[in-house]
Design a protein around this ligand. Sequence first.
Ligand code: ZN
Length: 233
Amino acid sequence: MANSRAKEILLDFVSLFFPRPCLACGDSLVKGEDVICTTCMLEMPQTEYHIDRGNPLQNRLSYRIPIKYAMAIFKFNKSGRVQHLLHEFKYKNHPEIGIVLGRVYAAKLIEINLNNAFDMIIPVPLHPLRKRKRGYNQSAKFAEGLSEKLNIPFSDDLMIRKMSTETQTRKTKLNRWENMSGVFGLNKPQIIQGKRILLVDDVITTGSTVEACAHVLLNEGCPELSIACIAEA
Ligand SMILES: [Zn+2]
């Protein structure tokens, strides 16, 4: 259509003078690239966990919770592009990163028919105060991109975070677990009855956050739970 062609020409013109940077490496994006450049997409360390049921994330979470699939797009490495990308995502007001990564990962899941493995996507909730400060829940943005491409509904308000947890880095593993129990709750548990849920988070480090959410979902009637994150640390 003439109108969309005109818009495209205008956008090309604008990007000639104001090139958008890749949010992982900072180089200018070229036409057809969105948010992350092709080089970064190829060079960031992708785990391919979705095609490996015995993957390290699955193994380590399965000790603690019964899960069907555990997946991560990237392996997190400090000082690398993944770290830079996640920093932009969490602290520099770039919600589009989560949406784009959700879409990209959904395409990979569709290739192996995993789009038929879930009935609902639920992001790990952010405490309302933190969400107000950041402007968005980063896990919900990842869920949104996945949902759109997989054609599976996601709900951003079913799970709630009842209290804000202080920074966890200096706590022991036991303290951390105690600290997490009772943090999450569920609105309208009737909605998840019989639903195979894909729980999503941005980064999985110790796993204690997803574990706490998983316990709530499984106790409240979810028959089968899977987990996906953007990066495994
Ligand atoms: Zn790049």
